[in-house]
Design a protein around this ligand. Structure first.
Ligand code: SAM
Ligand code: SF4
Length: 329
């Protein structure tokens, strides 16, 4: 049974879902995110296992039941498995998911699953190995595909694929992606490229509206699924002849923010009320001792008053987010 979430904002939205970034560091160089690779800032001090445990316990006590581990690349943390095991053992956490670039997934899928991770989102921006390499800086598409198959084999309940729509780089593959899911129990999500502080020129060159995906799916006989209660902002499509489904995450679409159900905490322990808000609110000082839990919960509840109705991406305002690796996409 899902718990009633207690965290709410002044617009009546409820927040049962936390995205927790474990690290800003990433080993890939996705052209829209970290085109030159991760650059050290000199003050890498990411939340420790103990701090993470206290944070998730506090959120769980306020009705959060779904956690997604993200980054950067969350799996490059040496204690990733231990963190997953800790969180999955916390009372009230019903779903532990993670988003990964799929690095070393074939050999690690089983231990991820056994640590309590039951849902995985794998980022795959092209089905063409050369193009995949051009986008991510890594010739690893075959390995990631093996990893996805291993996830089916070991028993993951949910396998999703994230595909960022990129004009001139993968928009000629929309049909290939749709065909790809036909015989697989996956949900592939096309994500509209988001403008961040550092990718302005790239955004102008490669942003493509999700409308192109919607049109193509409708032409091919796909239909839009009714929105289920509590669902996030993705629009889901299905087809009777396809085992897999397709989702569209279009942050520039009207009303995208109305269904916001998630909060974010960065790897340095800042609460972000929106992917594109300013700065983030530091929580770390309240993660140092177990007896700070109530103060931490009170602080989070108070900060909810500052959550705005919408992002301001339409006005070209990307907030303080340089790239999504810095707060977890
Ligand atoms: N490293 C992991 C990965 O790539 O899956 C997790 C972190 S990554 C920031 C999370 C998701 O955000 C990925 O699916 C990635 O493709 C997506 N992403 C990154 N930058 C983006 C942007 N500017 N617009 C849209 N999606 C973006
Ligand atoms: Fe790394 Fe993920 Fe960003 Fe790619 S999208 S550079 S894999 S954090």
């Amino acid at each position: 049974m899902e718990k009633t979430p207690q965290i709410a904002d002044t617009f009546g939205r409820r927040f049962p879902y936390l995205r927790l970034s474990l690290t800003d560091i990433c080993n890939f160089r996705c052209s829209y995110c970290l085109p030159d690779g991760y650059k050290k800032t000199g003050c890498e001090s990411f939340l420790s296992r103990d701090e993470i445990l206290r944070l998730v316990r506090a959120f769980s006590g306020m009705g959060v039941w779904k956690i997604r581990l993200t980054g950067g690349e969350p799996t490059i943390r040496p204690d990733f498995i231990e963190i997953a095991r800790d969180i999955s053992g916390i009372h009230g956490i019903e779903k532990l998911a993670f988003t990964t670039n799929g690095y070393k997934l074939p050999e690690r899928a089983k231990e991820y699953y056994e640590a309590g991770l039951s849902a995985i989102n794998i980022s795959i921006d092209s089905l063409n190995p050369r193009q995949f390499e051009a986008i991510t800086g890594h010739d690893r598409l075959a390995e990631i595909m093996d990893g996805m198959n291993e996830c089916f084999r070991v028993g993951f309940k949910t396998v999703k694929i994230n595909t960022v729509l990129l004009r001139g780089m993968n928009d000629d593959e929309i049909d290939d992606f749709v065909d790809f899911v036909a015989d697989k129990p996956v949900s592939l999500r096309f994500i509209e490229l988001m403008r961040t502080g550092e990718n302005g020129d790239y955004f102008s060159a490669h942003h493509l509206s999700g409308i192109h995906v919607t049109q193509r799916l409708l032409e091919r006989g796909w239909s839009i699924n009714p929105r289920s209660e509590g669902a996030g902002p993705a629009v889901e499509f299905s087809h009777e002849k396809s085992l897999g489904t397709i989702g569209l995450i279009a942050p520039y679409a009207k009303d995208f923010c109305k269904t916001c159900n998630r909060l974010r905490v960065s790897a340095k322990g800042n609460l972000h009320l929106c992917l594109f808000g300013e700065g983030g609110y530091p929580l770390r000082d309240l993660l140092q001792r177990d007896d700070q839990c109530q103060d931490l919960q009170d602080k989070i509840m108070n900060l909810m008053n500052f959550k705005k109705s919408s992002h301001f991406l339409h006005d070209g305002d990307t907030g303080a987010t340089p790239h999504l690796a810095s707060i977890g996409g």
